[in-house]
Design a protein around this ligand. Structure first.
Ligand code: XCC
Ligand code: SF4
Length: 656
């Protein structure tokens, strides 16, 4: 067993980890230990299970076997495995995006139906009626998205526009022509577009029609599986090019659709103050943790928890009220839009249950450990799974249906409330630590803050007050001490006057240590230029841009700056990093950052080292193909230095 200080720098995790040990509860860290030594072939990416002549493994020391049964060599196998990771990550993000688009469409169609049935027309035309399970909370954003897509907005109701926008989005998933995605064409500046168009030709593969411009989100994912089927694509170059294309379908398709249409349905985030860490759980309240990724669910849980009847029930059962808190990305969604406190990031899901104070953990999709069910068995906590595509053995299944969203959300909240009397008070131990911070920095909120333009940021960059911008994203991984790399890299970059924007479990980490407070600019972790800039504008030195699908906000922001300067994104002094990467989604994000022109650091080595050609393509050749590449460096200090050097190189190239 590990010492509590080895697993995390977060005091709440440390405490709950100790508590778990006291109670004999196995956690992610013990399970990781039991996996040691992890398979060397797997770590290097040189095992293949793509057909039943295998599984095949390549000798990493240069001896035999050098090839799989079919003849595939190490580079082919590594590239194929990587492409499958990208495809899975892109699929997860994009299926989420599809779900949001379908929700918008369903709501618009219900409005149409109710209108025909003679219900109040104005409310329904504006999609503001609460007879609808989902409303359009941000009609201005809907119009802005429609305009970008070239949809005529004059004389159309919100309901009509919602339907049209949802249809264009859904078409991007399944269309069969060779045209690039409508959303990509609508959002991407022409200079970067041109790089995508020419990338494959530059890489010596002119038969890629339209280069690495994705044609349809689903098609690129399906083609990834096709290409990696035995006996299909074997050249690491073409395999990886298709990886870029698939990831771009995630970036400028699936994830972008998720973010934009979530803003339409639930409101575009505005700057707001909120709290983070396990200390947001309340001893005398019914605690509900929403965990997973899709606000289509968590928004409704937040609403249902405000139902007077359910609050009354909670009080009748001895609680003071109902306390909804978030976990992982869905937590960030409701944090960004409503200031709902976030209890933690990925490695705190089990820790939250160990407090003994959680009545229900309501989960949907992605990053939810099946182990939560086992930990919950040691307490009264109910794990409630809600997604028809994600079932957890041992959990309670209350499957969600958008058409009956309110009813089901109430049932879920009621289940949690009714569980309150089962809580064993003596076993409750909630760590006190929590931290506040400002969140809600959507692109729109940033623009508003700076007076409708990004000029102040651009000027500060040109002046050198800010050296550049780093997008910090991604997960926790128990192979890394929780939050350690997140915070070290953040501080090392801010010390060098790099403005940070970030999402996902990085953002939750940053918030827990106070980085989203304007006062943080006064600490020794922030350089004088960035400090001055942050103070001048009354912002923290790092901006929380949301969940992982909201990495597209970072791209859209970079794209706006690129437009202002009339350069491709790859010319900007911007870097990315996933300091504690874990998921396949993180692999897709890293890949689409790089493909979009943002050189990106990974703090956890992906399973590619067994393929020397693949490594060379990813870390070097991509500079010539898309103007950016990967930096892989587990040491956070060295990583920050490399990222800073890249920023300085870009500044030099721009002549600033
Ligand atoms: Fe999952 Fe999105 Fe990674 Fe956190 S950062 S571990 S993906 S919750 Ni998105
Ligand atoms: Fe082995 Fe080739 Fe089959 Fe992979 S595809 S398992 S390398 S025979």
């Amino acid at each position: 067993m590990k010492k509590y200080k080895e697993v995390s720098i977060d005091p709440t995790t440390q405490k709950m980890y100790e508590r778990a040990q006291e109670l004999g509860i196995e956690t992610v860290w013990e399970r990781l230990e039991k996996q040691q030594p992890q398979c060397g072939y797997g770590l290097l990416g040189i095992c293949c299970r793509n057909c039943m002549m295998g599984p095949c493994r390549i000798n990493p020391f240069g001896g035999e076997p050098k090839r799989g049964v079919c003849g595939a060599d190490a580079d082919t196998i590594v590239a194929r495995n990587l492409l499958r990771m990208i495809a899975a990550g892109a699929a997860a993000h994009s299926d989420h995006g599809r779900h949001v688009a379908l929700t918008l469409l369903v709501a618009a169609e219900m409005a149409e139906k109710f209108k025909k049935e003679g219900k109040p027309v104005l409310e329904l035309d504006n999609m503001a009626s609460n007879t609808l399970p989902y409303q359009v909370r941000d009609p201005e954003k809907l119009k802005a998205v429609a305009k970008r897509l070239g949809i005529e907005t004059e004389g159309k109701s919100i309901r009509e526009l919602a339907k049209e926008v949802a249809e264009v989005a859904l078409n991007d998933f399944g269309k069969q022509d060779e045209e690039p995605l409508a959303f990509l064409k609508a959002y991407l500046n022409p200079k970067t577009y041109e790089i995508f168009e020419k990338a494959a030709e530059k890489a010596g593969m002119p038969w890629f029609e339209n280069g690495i411009l994705p044609r349809s989100i689903d098609r690129e994912i399906v083609e990834s599986l096709h290409r990696t089927h035995i006996g299909t694509d074997h050249d690491p170059v073409s395999i990886l090019l298709h990886g870029l294309k698939t990831a771009l379908g995630d970036a400028w398709g699936g994830s972008l659709i998720a973010t934009e249409l979530q803003d339409v349905l639930f409101g575009t985030p505005k700057v707001i103050k909120a709290e983070a860490n396990l200390g947001v759980l309340k001893e005398d309240y019914v605690n509900i943790v929403v965990h997973g990724h899709e606000p289509v669910l968590s928004e409704k849980i937040v609403e249902a928890a405000q139902d007077p009847e359910l609050i009354e029930l909670a009080q009748k059962l001895g609680a003071k009220g109902i306390n909804v808190v978030g976990m992982c990305c869905t937590g960030l969604e409701v944090l960004m839009r409503h200031g709902i406190p976030i209890a933690g990031n990925f490695l705190q899901q089990e820790m939250a249950i160990v407090t003994g104070a959680v009545e229900a953990m309501v989960v949907d999709v992605q990053c939810i450990m099946p182990a939560t069910v086992d930990v919950a068995r040691c307490f009264h906590t109910k794990i409630i799974d809600t997604s028809p595509i994600a079932t957890f053995p041992g959990a309670i299944h209350i499957k969600f249906d958008e058409r009956r969203a309110d009813e089901i959300a109430k049932e879920i909240v009621r289940t949690a409330v009714e569980n309150f009397p089962n809580r064993s008070k003596q076993r409750v131990e909630i760590p006190k630590e929590k931290m506040s911070g400002y969140v809600g920095f959507s692109v729109e909120a940033i623009l508003e803050h700076f007076g409708g333009t990004l000029k102040p940021i651009e000027e500060a960059i040109v002046e050198g007050k800010i050296k550049g911008v780093a997008g910090l994203v991604g997960c926790n991984n128990p192979k890394v001490k929780q939050d350690h790399n997140h915070i070290k890299i953040a501080n090392e970059l801010m010390k060098r006057d790099v403005l940070l924007v970030g999402t996902g479990c990085w953002a939750t980490a940053a918030m827990k240590y106070g980085i989203f407070l304007p006062e943080y600019a006064d600490t020794e972790n922030v350089g004088p230029g960035l400090r001055e800039f942050a103070k001048e504008w009354g912002i923290p030195p790092a901006l929380n841009m949301g969940s992982c699908v909201d990495c597209t906000r970072i791209l859209v922001l970079a794209d706006l700056v690129a437009r202002d300067l009339n350069v491709p994104i790859s010319a900007l002094p911007v870097v990315g990093s996933a300091p504690e990467a874990m998921t396949e989604k993180a692999v897709s994000i890293g890949t689409y950052f790089v493909a979009s022109g943002i050189t990106t650091h990974l703090g956890v080595v992906p399973p590619v080292l067994g393929g020397p050609k693949v490594v060379k393509i990813l870390t070097q050749d991509l500079y010539d193909i898309v103007g950016a590449a990967f930096i892989v460096e587990p040491d956070p200090y060295k990583a920050a230095k490399l990222m800073y050097e890249h920023i300085m190189k870009k500044r030099k190239e721009l002549g600033i």
